[in-house]
Each structure stands twice: as C-alpha cells, then as structure tokens.
Design a protein around this ligand. Structure first.
Ligand code: PLP
Length: 399
C-alpha cells in the first residue's frame, strides 16, 4: 500500500515500469505532420498494407448477419479451436497432433502474450528473451515484477542468437525463454542449428519456451522451422500465433496460443477475468481464414519477397548504410553506426527533416542501438521514395 503524498497521482508503481511501442508514437507524430500538410513516407508500423482477403471479410459479415454477436466461450468457439489445432499441427508437420483443449483464442497475439506471462511469471522469476525484441515481452515481465534478461541477437549471424551469452544467462531462476522467429524488428530467422541448441538447453535447464510465431507465414527461405519440431519438449512449449500479419487482419484483433493443457486452462482463467472472450464474428472470420483459399496469403508473401529483394538492395546503395538480407517478417534493420550510434535521434531527423517515418533500433532494446527499423509492407513506389529521401538527407545529418 502506498502512502499518499501531495503529488500522489493514483497510479501504481508497475505503470512506471511500462514502456510503450514506439511504432504507435512515431505514427502519431507522422500523422500530426501530415495534418500540417507534410508529405510523409510511412515505414514505421508493422502491418501489411494489403486489405483482408475478400472471403475472410465475407465470412465476418455473414457471421454478423447470422447473429454470431453474443458472448463466446472464454477460450474460443470450440469449432474454431479445433480448426486452429488442426492447422497448427499440419503447418508445423507435427507427428503428435495438437488438441482443441490446448488452444486459447484472444483478441490479438499481444493480449495472449500478456496473459500467458501473467500466468507464468512470479515476481523475481527470470524471463530470458532475444534483444532487440518486440517490446511487449519485457513490458509484461517488468509489470509483473519479474526480471527480463536480454540476450543479444548478432548481426554477424544474420540475427541469430548469441548462444554463448544465452547459456551464460540461464540459471535456476530462468522460468521462460521467449523466442520470436521470424523476428521483429530484425527480420531474422533462427537457423536449424540455433533451434537445436536451444532445444538442448531447454532439456538441460527445464525452462518453458514461449515461441511467438506470428510471422510464420512471412518467410522467404524454403520453409518455416519452429522449435516445436523438437516434439520431446512439447510439454514445455507454448506457441503464440495470430491473424494480423499472415491474413492482413491487424484491426480485427485475433490471435491465439497453443499450450500444454494446464497452461491453456490458466490462460482461459485469465481470459475469463480480462477480455471474457474474443469477438464472436471475428472468430468466424478467422475460421474462414484457416479453412478457405490460402492463395491470398501466398500472393501477399510473394509480394513481400519481391519488395524485400529490391528494397534491401537499394538500402545497401546508400553510403554508410548496410543491411543484411532479412529471411522473414517484413522488416529491414539497417546498421547506421557509420553515421551515428544515436538511432533515435537519426530516426527523428529523418521524420522531421526528410518526411520518412521509421523507428530507432534501440526502441526494441539496447542491442538495437545503431540500427533503424523500417517496415517494407509498403508499395514499391513508397519504398523508392523512402530510399531517395534517405539518400538525400543522410549526408546532411548534423552529427
Ligand atoms: N508478436 C510480434 C513479434 C509482433 O511483431 C506483433 C505485432 O507487431 C505481435 C506479436 C502482436 O500481434 P497482434 O496484432 O496479433 O496483437
């Protein structure tokens, strides 16, 4: 219990430990500039620029007309959970199928990540995660009084994990290891070797793996590889996935986890106590996404690949900018240390002076210092404008 003081503002101390997702802040500033008449190239927000495929929209509309507008079960509509379990088993080529009682549906992957960590982390527990990272993992851990322990991803390994650092940071206090492959913000994909090494460490140290696979359909190599292939670890792996990125459904808010039943029950209890259930007609749209024509997903991915190839090649022609070829997601994470280590100041300069909205890499953690994050989920024309503006503005950066 806190003691009231003159500047008491009613907020609990945990709030002061919350960061925020910089993408939304930069988007806000970019929109302000636009409202004032500035022309802005948007590279800041990680969402597909495509519209939701027509058959998914039609299923959502039909579900409203069929009155799927009431509360649904906390963990999700049973038929939908069955479809998710089947899809996830097939997609990851697992010998042992997932069952619907392992699936918990949520209004977005972000919500289920938060609720899972709330179900898993005791104050003082350690959550190990790759740095840089999607900010929600560390935000949730910090809020819960747990310790978020970063392990560097290495540009020299095409954004693979520093396995020596990982092992050095594991201890009896390590409760959860968070993986995210394909990765936000680097676009990196964990190699088979990294996954195997992590699986071996998980066997030895007995931590739980939360694997955020929301970009599993945004992959430009041969096929998606998941830590779930090590099926002997099944009782200690929680998969998070969602519809935002693969199906261009960010605004629908739809995600899920697949977890050992005991953890799924805890996530369901948290659902019961927080969001109650995920919008019923949105779940019906999600069902159409998983059971309907997959061609739009493949087409979107092909377009991302084409944009990636051209955009990364062009970024590398800008003096003092170097960017490895990302193998997944839709982010470029160029190294700008030849210009400055203050990536946030450079991102601000590029927005204010050149009209390019992007993020400093350190918004995703200390290991992102000296990098920028650009989402290439944008048209070729806009990507070209981005490169030309950066090329023109960077030599004048007042360093
Ligand atoms: N996980 C990662 C790695 C992300 O990048 C994002 C969104 O940017 C999410 C989860 C959240 O997705 P959702 O829209 O399903 O909440």
């Amino acid at each position: 219990m806190s003691t009231l003081s003159p500047d008491y503002d009613y907020l609990c101390s945990a709030v002061s430990r919350l960061g925020s997702e910089a993408a939304f802040e930069v988007l806000g500033r970019a929109r302000e500039l636009q409202a004032a008449g500035r022309d802005i190239v948007h590279m800041e927000v990680g969402e597909p620029d495509f519209d939701t495929p027509a058959h998914i929209k039609a299923a959502g509309k039909a579900a409203i007309d069929a009155n799927f507008t009431h509360y649904a079960p906390n963990a999700g509509i049973m038929e939908f959970r069955t479809v998710i379990a089947e899809y996830a088993t097939r997609f990851r080529a697992l010998a042992q199928p997932y069952t619907p009682d392992m699936v918990v549906v949520a209004p977005g992957a972000k919500q289920i990540i938060w609720n899972l960590l709330a179900a898993l982390l005791e104050p003082g527990d350690e959550m190990v995660y790759a740095d840089p990272a999607y900010p929600t993992y560390a935000a949730a851990a910090g809020y819960l009084g747990a310790k978020a322990v970063p392990v560097r991803l290495l540009e020299s390994k095409n954004w693979g994990l520093d396995l020596d650092e990982l092992e050095a940071k594991l201890s009896a206090r390590t409760k959860v290891l968070v993986l995210n492959s394909p990765h936000n913000p680097t676009g990196g994909v964990l190699s088979h070797g990294d996954l195997a090494a992590i699986a071996e460490l998980a066997t030895r140290y007995r931590f739980l793996i939360l694997t955020d696979e929301i970009y599993s359909r945004n992959i430009y190599g041969e096929r998606f590889e998941s830590i779930t292939q090590f099926e002997e670890l099944r009782d200690r792996i929680v998969v998070v996935d969602g519809f935002s990125k693969a199906y261009a459904m960010t605004g629908w808010r739809l995600g899920y986890c697949i977890a050992p039943v005991k953890i799924a029950r805890a996530a369901t209890l948290l659902a019961n106590n927080t969001y109650a259930c995920t919008s019923t007609f949105v779940q019906m749209a999600g069902m159409a996404a998983l059971t309907g024509d997959d061609a739009p997903v493949v087409a979107m991915n092909d377009t991302f690949r084409m944009r990636r190839d051209r955009f990364i090649a062009q970024l590398n022609t800008i003096p003092n900018v170097s960017c490895p070829m990302p193998a997944g997601a839709f982010y470029a994470f160029p190294n700008i240390t030849a210009i400055t280590h203050d990536d946030v100041a450079l991102a601000k300069y590029l927005l204010e002076e050149a009209g390019v909205a992007l993020l400093g890499g350190s918004c995703f953690g200390d290991a992102g210092r000296g990098y920028l994050r650009l989402s290439y989920a944008n048209s070729l024309q806009e990507l070209d404008r981005c490169v030309e503006r950066m090329r023109a503005a960077l030599p004048n950066y007042p360093n």
